[in-house]
Design a protein around this ligand. Structure first.
Ligand code: MG
Length: 607
């Protein structure tokens, strides 16, 4: 009750600022909000009760030396373990622990990071990594080949730890890792290495310190909190609380000398996410410099002169981070019928989702599902031949031609055996943009005679149904932009079908096509940079996507990013004069050039 009251009031505060377009204010005077209703004497007439609401960000640190971020942390920070995939505290990989390379998705380029030079295959099965000289851990000891060797051997199924870490897949085709000298490591692979997958791990695997981690047991390596860990990156963890964590700059960081750049912010204060509307309020108050939350109404704000900047100044405002697709349980009737899935594809009005649920801040997806960063691989002839678009008349025709008829005159088609169809499309309760989207999808389906209704379970049961394959229809977007479309196709086509799926495994719809997965494996063996070979194989995968409908790609979820120029400037944007790094603090994004954004931030002119 109290929560909903403050949500409504926060929303009203925000909306009143939105409506008051005459008062652009990059750093608005903070709204005075107390944490409890005002105490009034009994005789006083209460005219205004100030709602309970989180206090504004306290400016404990010099504001012009501090970067306030939000958008990654959905609960109090509790893990600083870089091997805790989706659960580590903001910045654990990228700011504290570093990778051999980082990857620039907009330029499709690997950038040597701890590594001293571009990826070098000395022969078709040997990858040689040379480290930069002079890198030290935050305890002052040197980072060497021993640390790289130790890190990668953690997942060796025949090694000392046998840790089930996310790069364990490397051992499917790795023969050995050898130390050549103090700064050089050779990865030796079996014939036909999975070049795409190797590249994928090199920019994502955090290198940890052998001296300290070798003392841990496998349980602590995979699941320990690792508070006060020793990293090599530009920041160190300083403190944390229920609603935030604070990182402080590592002034001995190797990159200061190597790049000739010192990260601007002395401290980064990451605020735990509240509701979207609270985040919006913080942005408007100048309490956040970088918000990676989905903020409703941001299109209005960008245009309204509130000092809020997005990557693009016009729609879709945001870069595309991942594809949101309708995932379909293909093990149940009638969803196992390709014609039924095809009819659904033609029934859905994606433009309505883009405009109504997202007010234009996302892009409709290419029917191949390939992200804009992978445009160069899209087979346009294939799309012209098989691509679908919103066409309800055609959807009805496909259903009729496939034998789905309304035999009981209730305006909905029945199964071919006459049994009723009642489908449910789900998303987690509270995910307001997805809730609006599945309402549109259901309405569209009903309009062509498919009985579909939206449902909003809590996150736990929603997720459980995907892992166990007990859902019917849902939305998923967890396969992020990466260095290779292999990661996306692996997620779509994974085979054999898992009893219990995982985020790494994907294929929640249990689409069973071993031939498609053979193509995914072939794609994995293409050398990084061989775009023609990638195109030839992905063209076949695109044909399967466009004719079999394993999922129905709908829109690109944005790399939600709202920045303020009040304290820090020189943010990434699409402008020619700007840098084109990814303005994101999300897990996996600091090492997709987010860190370079930090190096280029400049303090705003004296305030
Ligand atoms: Mg009927």
């Amino acid at each position: 009750m109290r929560k909903s009251t403050f949500l409504i009031l926060s929303f009203l505060i925000v909306m009143s600022m939105v409506l008051a377009a005459c008062a652009p204010a990059a750093v608005a005077t903070p709204i005075t909000i107390t944490s409890a209703p005002q105490v009034v004497k009994e005789t006083q007439v209460v005219t205004q009760v100030v709602p309970a609401t989180p206090a504004p960000v306290p400016l404990t640190y010099a504001r012009n030396e501090t970067l306030y971020t939000s958008g990654t942390q959905w609960g109090p920070p509790s893990s600083w373990n870089p091997f805790n995939g989706g659960g580590y505290a903001m910045g654990t990989i990228g700011l504290v622990y570093e990778t051999l390379y980082i990857y620039d998705p907009l330029a499709d380029k690997f950038i040597p990071w701890l590594a001293a030079q571009d990826m070098k295959w000395v022969d078709p099965t040997t990858l040689e990594i040379k480290l930069r000289d002079g890198i030290t851990w935050t305890d002052g000891t040197p980072l060497t080949a021993d640390d790289v060797l130790f890190t990668y051997k953690l997942a060796d199924p025949n090694g000392d730890f046998k840790a089930g870490l996310n790069f364990a897949g490397l051992y499917n085709f790795l023969s050995s890792i050898d130390k050549v000298d103090n700064l050089t490591v050779d990865f030796k692979f079996k014939a036909n290495p999975a070049y795409q997958e190797v590249g994928f791990y090199l920019w994502q695997t955090p290198i940890v310190q052998a001296a300290s981690w070798s003392k841990l047991d496998v349980k602590d390596i995979t699941g320990g909190a690792n508070e006060n860990g020793i990293g090599s990156g530009p920041y160190l963890f300083e403190s944390h609380d229920q609603d935030r964590q604070v990182l402080v700059r590592n002034d001995n960081w190797w990159g200061i000398k190597a790049f000739g750049k010192t990260p601007g912010p002395k401290r980064i204060v990451d605020i735990v996410n509240g509701s979207n509307n609270v985040a919006l309020g913080l942005v408007l108050q100048g309490g956040l410099d970088l918000s990676n939350n989905f903020l409703p109404g941001v299109a209005t704000l960008v245009k309204g002169g509130y000092g809020v900047q997005t990557y693009y100044p016009e729609a879709p405002y945001m870069l595309s981070a991942n594809v949101a697709a309708l995932i379909i349980n293909e093990q149940i009737k009638p969803l196992d019928d390709v014609n039924f899935r095809k009819a659904m594809a033609y029934a859905i009005n994606t433009d309505d989702i883009v405009q109504t649920a997202y007010t234009g801040i996302v892009k409709a997806a290419d029917p191949t599902g390939l992200l804009p960063i992978w445009d160069k691989y899209v087979d346009q002839d294939m799309v012209a031949k098989y691509g679908w678009s919103y066409d309800p008349a055609k959807a009805k025709q496909i259903l009729a031609d496939a034998g789905y008829k309304d035999v009981n005159n209730d305006k909905f088609v029945e199964n071919k055996d006459g049994s009723p169809i009642a489908l449910e499309v789900t998303c987690p309760s509270g995910w307001t943009d997805w809730m609006a989207s599945i309402q549109i999808i259901s309405k569209n389906a009903q309009a062509v005679g498919i009985n579909m209704t939206p449902a909003y379970p809590d996150y736990g049961p929603w997720r459980d149904a995907q892992l166990k394959g007990t859902f019917q229809l849902s939305i998923q977007n967890e396969s992020q932009m990466s260095s290779t479309p292999w990661s996306y196709y692996k997620w779509v086509f994974q085979n054999p079908i898992a009893n219990i799926a995982t985020a790494q495994y994907g294929n929640y719809g249990r689409y069973d096509n071993p031939k498609a997965f053979d193509l995914v494996n072939q794609l994995n063996q293409v050398k990084v940079g061989d775009d023609a070979a990638i195109k030839a194989i992905t063209s076949q995968l695109q044909e399967i996507t466009l004719t079999e409908y394993p999922t129905i790609p709908l829109w690109y979820n944005g790399l939600w990013s709202q920045v303020s120029n009040a304290v820090w400037t020189n943010w990434p944007s699409s402008a020619d004069s700007a840098n084109h790094y990814l303005p994101a603090s999300w897990r996996g994004y600091w090492n997709m050039t987010g860190i370079e954004m930090l190096l280029d931030l400049k303090p705003a002119a004296a305030q």
